[in-house]
Design a protein around this ligand. Structure first.
Ligand code: NAD
Length: 256
């Protein structure tokens, strides 16, 4: 059994990825997130698929909590083989009004936590000569949209970090890849629809059709299962030479 730690896995994309790994019954899963019912969500997936799970409420803004989460997981499962850096937040605002505390939180949660967690799992992966780091970036790791300065900066940062880690990990069979989804209908996006409606002064229906999906050639939200299946492949033993990439799953948004 391999062990996978997925940050922000008690909601949205992280939970979707966890469920795809759980279905294979080949992984212990370390869940994490700020949802108050996180322990029940983790336990529910464990029971549904008959696998071992753990839950940690570690806050991505607190490096000491991240280190403790990794240490606790290693005590319980012996190792972390796959790290999925997925936790993230968004704030939509024109630059002149962008609150400084939101900028700092987005950089800390969406980018700096990726550094701390990668550092914390690195030694063990290197020793075992196996590691898979999967970073959930975004189409916004490759292109920008207005009113998302902090998010776009953090996601471009993740893509650069992923490339660096891929180079450092190559001698030890540690791969690093970024998945760059287009729009996925999760609580994060539900909130954005409301925020963007305010920023653009448009109705919520128009935001979905004329702003969000306007940029995708495929006019559909990306299913979490597709991201989970891609993560499964990236995590597999055979995927050693697939490293240092930023893979768009964005309905053709980046083809334009
Ligand atoms: P979500 O809001 O459904 O889930 C986010 C998860 O992160 C939650 O479990 C939440 O508790 C956790 N989290 C937030 N702040 C945290 C903190 N300080 N400490 C620990 N956990 C924290 O959002 P989602 O849409 O599933 O987003 C997951 C990732 O996917 C994010 O990095 C996001 O930027 C990225 N993404 C989302 C979309 C989309 O359209 N939904 C598109 C591209 C990329």
């Amino acid at each position: 059994m391999k062990t996978i730690l997925i940050t922000g896995s008690t909601s949205g994309i992280g939970l979707g990825i966890a469920r795809e790994f759980a279905k294979t019954k080949q992984y212990n899963i370390v869940f994490n997130g700020l949802e108050p019912n996180g322990p029940e969500i983790a336990e529910g997936v464990g029971k549904e698929f008959g696998i071992q799970v753990m839950f940690s409420p570690a806050n991505m803004m607190k490096p000491e909590e991240l280190k403790k989460m990794v240490d606790d997981a290693i005590v319980k499962f012996g190792a972390i083989d796959i790290l999925v850096n997925n936790a993230g937040i968004q704030h939509v605002s024109p630059i002149e009004d962008f609150p400084e505390d939101k900028w700092n939180a987005i950089i800390a949660i969406n980018l700096t936590s990726v550094f701390h967690l990668t550092k914390a799992v690195w030694k063990g992966m290197k020793e075992r000569k196996f590691g898979r780091i999967i970073n959930i970036a975004s189409a916004h790791g490759l292109v920008a949209s207005e009113f998302k300065s902090a998010y776009v900066a953090a996601k471009h940062g993740i893509v650069g970090f992923t490339k660096t880690i891929a180079l450092e990990g190559a001698p030890f069979n540690i791969t690093a890849n970024a998945i760059c989804p287009g729009y996925v209908k999760t609580p994060l996006v539900e909130k954005q629809i409301a925020d963007q409606a305010k920023a653009h002064q448009m109705s919520e229906a128009d935001i979905v059709n004329k702003v969000m999906l306007y940029k995708q050639a495929v006019k559909e939200f990306v299913p979490v299962e597709v991201l989970g299946q891609l993560a499964l492949f990236l995590a597999s033993e055979g995927a050693t030479t697939l490293t240092g990439t930023a893979l768009p799953v964005d309905g053709g948004w980046n083809a334009q």
